[in-house]
Design a protein around this ligand. Sequence first.
Ligand code: MG
Length: 157
Amino acid sequence: MSRIGTGWDIHKLVPGRDLVLGGVKIDSPKGCLGHSDGDALIHAVIDAILGACSMGDIGTLFPDTDPQYKGISSTVLLSQVMDSVREKGFRIVNVDTTVILQSPKMGPYKDEIRSRMAKLLGVGEDCFCVKAKTAEHMLGELGTGDAVVCQAVCLID
Ligand code: MG
């Protein structure tokens, strides 16, 4: 039986933080504010996977009040989720994502993100997609480059 899940995440972008999306560091003067490394793309993917498996959500599994997750790489969180997914006998079929970021342009990073995420998810590179859009200078902080939104949908069986 196939199952589907969706994920969505938003992070504020501030100076003095690294911008990490899909486990890849993006060259940017601002980065994601967050308790972990603030990787909004991985957070959206985790929620899509958890949703597909009916396993709750990222905030319940990894509370931002828990000091053990302070500054942690979100790739570690995704690896933990993938361990639980496999234990339950689920397998990722494919994951599709969209990053909405005013700047910098994501184009140069897409291949590296796809390769990194496919490895973390245990799927072929043709089963993970990252698409990028700007906010066309609209939608408040998104359009001024002070926030990033990521969306994900995941199919499992
Ligand atoms: Mg988040």
